[in-house]
Design a protein around this ligand. Sequence first.
Ligand code: FES
Length: 123
Amino acid sequence: MALYSEKVMDHFRNPRNVGVIEDANGIGEVGNAKCGDIMKMYLKITDEVIEDVKFETFGCGSAIASSSMATELIKGKPLSEAMKLTNQAVAEALDGLPDYKMHCSVLAEEAIKSAIDDYNSKK
Ligand code: FES
């Protein structure tokens, strides 16, 4: 079996929603102390719904694929639903990640939660 699923490779090669939202009203940045990878998530929230989301990831391929998939999973969703997104759900949507790469998907979950916290703290 290939180490990475087709979906992981697709989201790594053609990541969705890469970039910056200039007028984002929720921004979260998290890092993994062990590998030094960093993920930044920008949210544009209107009426408690994620209208737009973009990310910048300075990290490994699995972290890039995880951020890309995570943005796809929360775009257009209410905040209450986005808050419940787990790294397992991101990994499942990617048709799995190797065990030792699961921590990369944790960055995506944490970056989204951190951006939502930022939004809530500014309300
Ligand atoms: Fe650092 Fe993947 S190895 S996030």
